[in-house]
Design a protein around this ligand. Sequence first.
Ligand SMILES: [Zn+2]
Length: 313
Amino acid sequence: MIGAVDIGGTKIAVGVIDETGRVLSRRECPTDAVAGYAKALDRMAAMLTETARAAGVNFSGIGIGSTGPVDPLTGEFGEVNFFPHWKGQNPVRDLERMFHVPVAMENDADAAALGEAGWGAGKDKKQLIYVTIGTGIGAGIILDGRLYRGVDGSHPEIGHHLIDPSGPACACGFHGCWESLAAAPAMVGWLQKNAPLDYPHRHNLTAKRICELAREGDEAARRAVENETYYLGLGLANMVTLFAPEAIVLGGSLMKSAILFLDQIRKAIVRNCKLVPFEQTELALASLGEDSNLIGAARVWHHRFAAGEGQRV
Ligand SMILES: [Zn+2]
């Protein structure tokens, strides 16, 4: 049994995950980054103890997925947007000290990618790219069951590959990154900018609401979805051309409305990827559901420590 910790910008979720990827018990609390790291660590530890008690188990390890950047090899937080004052803190070392079990941490997109590769829609795929599309775009690459790392253990930032240099400014400093054009806020921004002045749904627009309106036949929302699909399709076609993967697994809040996007994304791949065997790349939806990050966090531990999965990386 593995204790899993999913550290996000707004909430921290904790759970007990069995060896088949099932969530046996879970708790969550606000991240409350401004209250400081020490308080957040205490809450994580308390929830780990509670979930273990609720499930009636002892942990053999703890896996963490966190919004990044994090250093998976040292266990330290980098300069994370949502909690910049936690930089240099080390939840891996701290939870090891508190629980006396091995602990491993990865970026949350890598954690979710490992989860889908081990227990979800990407099971048994040799080359797998997991892409999560929500507030941002994150991705993890799995090759032969191992997480792909850049130099010094770094996490490649696929959400920030360039799609249109004349596009909108991105927090990373570039213009026209995939994330700045195709994450959920981009779709909302596009509609706010392009909808008629008297558009009745202008207030409190969210990506979810736009998808609902598009399904109801709202013309402006339908065009926003079309624009979103165009940029999603370009980025995913780039993935197919660059990696020719066996599967791309799509997750994140926007993919709850995947039915609006998938047909046109497939067409973009057919149009753009003629130099690789694109017809062999399966486009699948993530199958671990709402708790995919949490389940992925547990898989981080298996990937790092479980027998038969190679050296500690
Ligand atoms: Zn960017």
